[in-house]
Design a protein around this ligand. Structure first.
Ligand SMILES: Cc1cc2nc3c(=O)[nH]c(=O)nc-3n(C[C@H](O)[C@H](O)[C@H](O)COP(=O)(O)OP(=O)(O)OC[C@H]3O[C@@H](n4cnc5c(N)ncnc54)[C@H](O)[C@@H]3O)c2cc1C
Length: 112
């Protein structure tokens, strides 16, 4: 979508959810951020075990966080994977960081 259309979309959404009135929105700009979200394509789940097995061969590689694990973690879970990895690294713990956020009791819900 071109920048001006994105700004217009944001403008409409701000008004629609009641955060601002049209006349209060003076301008907007678009920042395109690569890898802002880990994208789950249809082959994602099948590919993950292969990638995890390949990474597991390296005893000094600790994939953590959102892009590090290619996982749609929120901030708390991303931080938890780092915290547990530090315990594995420094305290000889054996946490399985891939178990963080597997139950996914909540996620953003879409209201239609
Ligand atoms: C639009 C948006 C809204 C969000 N809203 C929420 C929310 O409301 N609540 C919530 O809990 N979470 C939210 N999140 C998710 C949250 O931002 C992430 O879960 C969290 O930031 C992931 O932390 P991280 O440390 O894994 O990665 P990041 O916070 O992305 O940190 C990675 C860091 O590594 C740096 N980096 C990358 N490559 C290199 C390199 N080669 N060399 C050196 N440094 C490098 C990056 O610059 C960055 O500073 C949102 C995310 C987005 C994109």
């Amino acid at each position: 979508m071109p920048d001006h259309e994105l700004v217009n979309l944001a403008r409409h959404e701000l008004v629609r959810i009641g955060l601002a009135k049209h006349k209060e929105i003076l301008d907007g700009c678009v920042v395109r951020m690569p890898k802002a979200y880990p994208t789950y394509d249809p082959d994602y789940e099948a590919a993950m075990p292969t990638i995890r097995a390949a990474l597991a061969q390296f005893k000094n590689v600790y994939p953590v966080g959102r892009n590090g694990m290619h996982k749609y973690n929120n901030q708390d879970h991303a931080m938890m994977t780092a915290k547990l990895s530090v315990e594995n690294l420094c305290d000889g713990a054996h946490h399985d960081i891939w178990e963080v956020n597997v139950d996914r009791v909540y996620h953003e819900e879409v209201e239609k």
